[in-house]
Design a protein around this ligand. Structure first.
Ligand code: PEP
Ligand code: MG
Length: 581
């Protein structure tokens, strides 16, 4: 069978029999009339809500035991909806006043709650939609008297499913899951995050997997490359087994590097830090031997609750993060959303192309109250420990100047009110649009650092949607146009005496990391799991050589040429500890 190509969601390799989990979603016509009396349907609704609440509470407890409070809080959003009186009043009114069945009224109210999330192109909002759908299915199943269908694995298997909701993931006996192969879901889905934190390989975006892979078939899962071999040949199996053995050995060696600096043999020091989406990842970051958090995506704090969190609530949350980082610096990125969700809840409109719409800094500047609340909270939190602030998706100098005016006014306000904060706190910007690259010399004059966001920079430089599987083969951060944009950004930063980091996914690839060091990057922020290998390549290749790699790569004209060149070099120098064929 031809191998399946998907998207790598969690690094690692596994071999085992497939367990294909096909689940059918319950669909309900939102206009369906009730058969019984309003009283009977209302009673059924209350009992379904109560039993769903009990189920979720028990799953939450299991998550708490297995993975700690942050992972357990994943289910809080669902539990909160079940307790939301406005939402429940609407469901009850549908039954009582409009004569709908309990299932129809619940499904309709849920669909209405989902509209604002559905309008957003933002990946994280899409993930939150799966929380809501998960809850909807649980309540509809409870109303129909159906049991919870979470798969029960008695032996270790490679789990194949269309998608796993947070509560389904929570209910799994993870010790029996060798790897995840999912048709849907992105790299920021709960299952992907959980797989990464537990070191279980995962591949997502595997179209047709549940239809075409029979249960029991042997599967070789390559979570590193995002490939699944179904019914692998003996030769593939031997290759995978050899890789598993080699990875184990290398992992042991790399762990010993934890306390060594990320410094090239000829003395160039790189700040190696970690990207964090959810607070529990900070612990992994520190264990991995990284220095600080190079990107903390604050979106998480906003998605957690149904309302925009207030200033004090944010101060408490950011302070907890700083304390958890135990003296290492944390770069908090101001809220980076494609604005649709919040705009539509304020009576806004649908955007045809949210990635080119009211996103990142544009959104912040159009919502000054929200921006200033976050800035006040961030500055106030700065007395708890070392931190920096960073702004997302800058496209021009006027935006940075406007942000700086808000920053100055916020600091003045806080001083007048008697709050303490770090007056020297560094404020930086993400370089992730072609216009920011072109204006980097001017932007550098007005901020303290740059962090290159190659996830977006690649999509905007190459005009390739970062989340569209149909053009995924064109989305390549090693494209010469992206490399030249990075080179120009580094030059502008250094000419203006500021430091420049990189926090896109590109930095987590050890071969690209050498290239980036050679391009002059001062700080690399990667995922926690990538830190040991990145540290090893930095400590192996002298800066002089990395620069020669970068010069050569910059002289090439296509992504394939860059790829072939880097692979050949890596094969010569890094083969012993990289997972290369
Ligand atoms: C990036 O664009 O590279 C980045 C790190 O930000 P995000 O992935 O959150 O857009
Ligand atoms: Mg970005």
């Amino acid at each position: 069978m031809q191998p399946y190509h998907g998207i790598s969601a969690s690094d690692g390799i596994a071999i085992g029999p497939a367990f294909v989990w096909r689940k059918s979603a319950r669909r309900v016509d939102g206009r369906k009339r009730r058969r019984g009396s309003a009283r009977e349907e209302l009673a059924q609704l209350e009992s379904a809500i109560e039993s769903t609440g009990r189920e979720l509470g028990a799953l939450r407890e299991q998550l708490l035991q297995k993975l700690g409070p942050d992972q357990a809080s994943i289910l809080d959003a669902q539990l909160l909806i079940l307790e939301d009186e406005d939402f429940l009043t609407e469901v009850r009114a549908g039954i009582d006043a409009e004569g709908l069945s309990a299932a129809a009224s619940f499904a309709r109210a849920m669909a209405e709650a989902l509209i604002p999330l559905n309008l957003s192109g933002d990946g994280l909002f899409q993930e939150r939609m799966s929380d809501f759908r998960d809850l909807e299915q649980r309540v509809l199943r409870a109303l129909a008297g159906e049991p919870d269908p979470t798969p029960e694995l008695d032996e270790p298997h490679v789990l194949i499913a269309s998608q796993l909701t947070p509560s389904e993931t929570a209910g799994l006996d993870i010790s029996k899951v060798l790897g995840f192969c999912l048709e849907e879901g992105g790299t920021t889905s709960h299952v992907a995050i959980m797989a990464r934190s537990l070191g279980v390989p995962a591949v997502v975006g595997l179209r047709g997997a549940t239809r075409n892979i029979p249960s029991g078939t042997s599967c070789a899962v390559d979570g590193t490359l995002g490939v699944v071999h179904v019914d692998p040949t003996l030769e593939t199996l031997h290759r995978f087994e050899a890789r598993i053995r080699r990875r184990r050995k290398v992992e042991e060696q790399l762990l010993n590097l934890k306390d060594y600096p990320a410094e090239t043999p000829d003395g160039r020091k790189i700040v190696l830090s970690v990207n964090v989406d959810l607070p529990f990842e900070i612990d992994l970051a520190l264990e991995s031997g990284a220095r600080g958090i190079g990107l903390l995506r604050t979106e998480y704090f906003y998605f957690q609750s149904t309302n925009i969190p207030g200033e004090d609530e944010q101060v408490a949350a950011y302070t907890r993060v700083i304390e958890r980082a135990r003296g290492e610096s944390v770069i908090f990125r101001a809220l980076d959303v494609g604005g649709d969700k919040l705009i539509s809840s304020m009576g806004g409109y649908r955007e045809y192309n949210p990635f080119l719409g009211l996103r990142g800094t544009r959104f912040l500047l159009s919502n000054p109250e929200l921006l200033r609340t976050q800035l006040r909270a961030l500055y106030r939190s700065s007395s708890a420990g070392p931190m920096k602030i960073m702004f997302p998706m800058i496209t021009g100098v006027e935006e940075l100047r406007a942000l700086n005016v808000h920053g100055r006014e916020v600091r003045e306000e806080l001083t007048k009110e008697g709050h303490t904060f770090d007056a020297e706190l560094e404020v930086g910007i993400m370089i992730e649009t072609p216009s920011a690259v072109a204006l980097a010399p001017e932007l550098a004059a007005d901020c303290d650092f740059f962090s290159i966001g190659t996830n977006d920079l690649t999509q905007y430089v190459l005009a390739v949607d970062r989340g569209n599987p149909k053009v995924a083969h064109l989305y390549r951060s090693q494209h010469p146009a992206v490399l030249r944009a990075i080179r120009d950004t580094v030059k502008a930063a250094h000419d203006n005496d500021i430091w420049v980091g990189l926090c896109g996914e590109m930095g987590s690839n050890p071969i690209f990391a050498v290239l980036l060091v050679g391009l002059g990057i001062d700080e690399l922020s990667t995922h926690a799991a990538a830190v040991p290998a990145i540290k090893k390549v930095i400590r192996t290749i002298p800066y002089d050589q990395a620069r020669a790699w970068a010069d050569e790569a910059l002289s090439l004209s296509t992504s394939d040429e860059v790829d072939a060149f880097l692979k050949a070099r890596a094969h010569e120098r890094l083969r012993d500890f990289l997972d290369m064929d």
